[in-house]
Design a protein around this ligand. Structure first.
Ligand code: TEU
Ligand code: CA
Length: 591
């Protein structure tokens, strides 16, 4: 009997797991203490700062407002660098801060070499960079070069005439050559009056795709990368990088499976590896830097083509398996139920696919997806416990962890009562489409509560003061009403808080290198309530057990050979004591 209970189906409608239906525990899966032999340890596993460091993502617009205009800015980031150092992170990834008309909050760039006015000045950027380096942290910038803003001077020139030297920077067609839809809904082809032609935009119509076939475009990109690297930045997160090479025969798409379209038509185009290798030779090879590709549309079996150690392309990617996990055939607002095994299988499959050849980034949320505690935990009764348990997961899988602002205090999704409270262009576009199609808008609002990107874009909750201490003015998007209980000030004061747990776990990870370089083996035997895995290297064998339910789990096959090292509850009386709701433990097995 295996009822496959629903693990999650969005926060509001989740039917929580119970342990009652779970499969009997298979003891044999807990392999007895066995140190890996010398030959099993990959001597070629190179050590790097970007494997050992932990990344913290800042979404500047929502992080901290220093001048009361309601918009987060560089001055605000500068004020909070001590806070980030106290937390114990190593690398900051800054979502775009470049000049932008903000159709997509900075992911539509009109000038790659200047700072958005709302965010401050280049002098302030330099101060932030210096402040980060003084604190022994690194800075990774967002590189958004699949597309620009339509307000970029390249596009302005390009549309002005067919003979303009910039014309060929973009992708023009006399008629839409296929049925492609943009990632945000609606046709991916837009007619431009001035140009008298259609251009391709895989995102909003204010984000025309660049034509990477043009070597001049590629040179421009390499130049702007060098501009920031020469200033001293330590690397790039590369936005939708698998999309840069297009399939020039423009095949039609079959939208009965949107994810398949993304993988097989929008991403992994014929020249993507050639372009990345050229970029590596021109740029990456000349700096001590890191790159992380947004690996949208990359299936596990293709991952090492991007990150394999001899490929000279990227250092690591973010994979999307668990981010698209609850997307139905109709996309993200067509939500499907998921069970825990599907979730675990994704990590196990990816770890195996990467092996010792490449490297992965591990993340459970970011500026595009719901809050991890609302999605994978229980953001109600067990918010604190489940947020801490997910911290253990995030910091003990094999790969460089990335945490998103607010995760360290267990910020949750928000459920605004009206579409008018939402700011994201994705929601606005979809609302227009749904209304036209006469769909039930109440149902859609429910789906938005679960999936909206604005769930993670509400202002960072610094204190219980007005506007959560984010701004003295009126924020560009409303604060989550739960800020009076969930905020940094409260968490810093409370030694049992999520914030302090993150600090401890970050330090713990640094001390136990097997959690960084050790092998990963899933050992829970496919139970629907528990996620268990080992991390092992020559120095030790660690067992991580994570309870994903509101109920205790009592049949843990852990004996005297296991020592509890850390977890999100006080130490158990005996190592084999039942796991409490949403409890996570890290054991070391004596040899
Ligand atoms: O996201 C690309 C992407 O494919 C998805 O994460 C997408 O935003 C999501 O599925 C929509 O629900 C990147 C950025 O992270 C995102 O913020 C930008 O909007 C997008 O590219 C365009 O630059
Ligand atoms: Ca501001």
């Amino acid at each position: 009997m295996d009822p496959s209970p629903v693990f999650f189906a969005g926060n509001a409608i989740a039917e929580r797991n119970t342990t009652s239906g779970s499969r009997a525990f298979s003891e044999s899966l807990y392999i007895k203490a066995q140190k890996l032999s010398e030959s099993q340890i990959d001597k070629g596993m190179k050590q790097h700062w970007w494997k050992e460091g932990v990344i913290y993502q800042i979404y500047p617009r929502s992080f901290m407002d220093s001048n009361g205009d309601g918009i987060g800015d560089l001055g605000g980031i500068l004020q909070k660098l001590d806070y980030l150092q106290e937390l114990g992170i190593d690398i900051i990834w800054l979502s775009p801060i470049y000049q932008s008309p903000n159709d997509d909050n900075g992911y539509d760039i009109s000038d790659y070499r200047s700072v958005m006015d709302e965010f401050g000045t280049m002098a302030e950027f330099d101060a932030v960079l210096e402040g980060i380096h003084q604190r022994d942290m690194k800075l990774v910038m967002d590189l958004v070069v699949n597309h620009t803003s339509d307000e970029h001077h390249w596009f302005q020139q390009a549309r002005s005439s067919p003979d303009n030297p910039y014309r060929d920077y973009y992708i023009w067609q006399p008629e839409p050559p296929n049925n492609w839809q943009s990632m945000f809904g609606g046709s991916a082809w837009q007619y431009d009056e001035q140009a008298g032609a259609y251009y391709l935009h895989l995102f909003t119509k204010k984000q025309p795709d660049l034509n990477w076939e043009n070597p001049q475009v590629r040179r421009e990109v390499y130049d702007l990368m060098r501009f920031w690297l020469d200033k001293g930045v330590d690397g790039f997160r590369m936005d939708v990088i698998p999309m840069i090479s297009k399939r020039l025969s423009w095949p039609d798409a079959d939208y009965s499976d949107f994810n398949k379209v993304v993988e097989e038509l929008y991403c992994n185009g014929p020249r993507v590896h050639e372009f990345l290798q050229e970029m590596h030779e021109e740029v990456m090879a000349h700096y001590d830097m890191m790159t992380v590709g947004e690996g949208v549309g990359i299936p596990p079996e293709k991952a090492n083509l991007y990150v394999g150690k001899d490929r000279n392309e990227l250092d690591m990617i973010f994979h999307f398996g668990h981010m698209f996990i609850d997307h139905g055939p109709g996309g993200k607002f067509d939500i499907v139920d998921v069970d825990l095994n599907t979730f675990k299988d994704i990590f196990t499959k990816w770890d195996r696919a990467i092996g010792n050849d490449g490297w992965l980034n591990i993340y459970l949320d970011n500026h595009d997806f719901p809050r991890l505690v609302s999605r994978f935990g229980n953001d109600d009764e067990y918010r604190v416990e489940s947020a801490k348990m997910l911290a253990i997961l995030l910091l003990s899988l094999r790969g460089t962890p990335c945490l998103y602002q607010g995760t360290e205090i267990g910020m949750t999704n928000v459920a605004f009562p009206s579409f008018d409270d939402y700011r994201d262009v994705e929601i606005k576009n979809n609302v227009a489409i749904w209304q036209k199609e006469g769909r039930n808008m109440e149902t859609m609002l429910g789906a938005v509560h679960v999936q909206a990107r604005d769930n993670v874009r509400t202002p960072m909750q610094w204190s219980a003061d007005s506007q959560a201490g984010f701004s003295t003015g009126s924020p560009w998007i409303k604060v989550n009403p739960n800020y009076q209980t969930i905020n940094v000030e409260a968490d810093r004061k409370n030694p049992d808080s999520i914030f302090h747990f993150y600090r401890e776990m970050l330090a713990f990870r640094k001390k136990h290198k097997a959690l960084i370089y050790g092998s990963y083996t899933q050992v829970d035997g496919g139970r629907n309530d528990l996620y268990a895995y080992r991390r092992e290297d020559a120095d030790g064998s660690y067992l991580i057990v994570l309870n994903f339910t509101d109920d205790p789990i009592s049949d843990l096959p852990v004996d005297n050979g296991y020592t509890w090292l850390t977890g999100n509850y006080p130490a158990p009386g005996a190592a084999s004591d039942a796991l409490r709701p949403w409890e996570g433990r890290v054991y070391r097995q004596s040899s």
